[in-house]
Design a binder for this molecule. Structure first.
Ligand code: FES
Length: 72
């Protein structure tokens, strides 16, 4: 199985590399790409994908592994 990487961009989207399939709640899939940007700010007009709105909305989030949010 191919390895998938999800990288969090400071103040921006999740960059997903590895040819994932993104499906809506009905099980219909969006176009498959090797690299996609998923909205993390909630302001995109093309959810679940990033449209760059995080910049104009002033979204701020820069988590670091081991610093926050890790759960069992
Ligand atoms: S993260 Fe880019 S529009 Fe939400």
């Amino acid at each position: 199985m191919a390895e998938i990487e999800i990288k969090i961009r400071d103040n921006g989207p999740y960059i997903v590399k590895g040819g994932v399939i993104v499906m809506d709640p009905d099980g219909n899939s969006y176009e498959v790409k090797d690299v996609i940007a998923l909205c993390r700010c909630g302001h995109s007009s093309t959810k679940p994908f990033c449209d760059g709105s995080h910049k104009t909305q002033g979204f701020q989030s820069a988590p670091r592994a081991g610093k926050e949010g890790l759960r069992d």
